[in-house]
Write a protein that binds this ligand. Sequence first.
Ligand code: HEC
Length: 151
Amino acid sequence: MTYSSLQKTVAVLVAAAAVAACHKSAPMAGPTPAGAPMATAAVKGANALPAGVTVAMVAMGDSIFHARSCARCHGPNAKGAQGGPDLTTSTHLHVNGSYEDFVRIITTGVPHDSVKIATHRGMPARGGGPVQLTDPQIQAVAAYVYTLSHK
Ligand code: HEC
């Protein structure tokens, strides 16, 4: 390896490490910053959040839901649209209603051959798209969706 190609390799590695570090430190679903005034009352169901779920996660999940593909299929108010079912009802098609099960279904998605309503085409794993949701992002959006049917 010539000196300059070694330099190039090192530069690429450093860039990759920087990207990885950035990715890790993304402020997704992190714990509530100490002393930050959280509007607890603004989040419905905040009094009954499952273990491990914070109000900050629900707020983060709200923005992920609307910024990502979810709102496109489930509707901007999550009350259902052509591509996906209403997520605000107390009865569910795939999940048992527990927070863990919301995490599970958003992680795996729903393959086309498993949909319960024939007009639906399925749900992509991890939100789909070129940049899939990370585990903390999935936990946040699951927390948000959980609150929609646990008011
Ligand atoms: C391409 C459309 C599409 C996208 C994008 C999508 N979903 Fe879905 N989702 C579906 C379909 C279809 C089902 C299953 C409905 C059926 O069985 O008929 C489903 C099911 C679900 C369920 C289970 C509902 C139940 O009653 O058990 C949850 C929760 C859910 N989606 C949340 C999300 C979240 C959160 C996102 C964004 C990360 C998302 N979905 C993105 C189409 C979509």
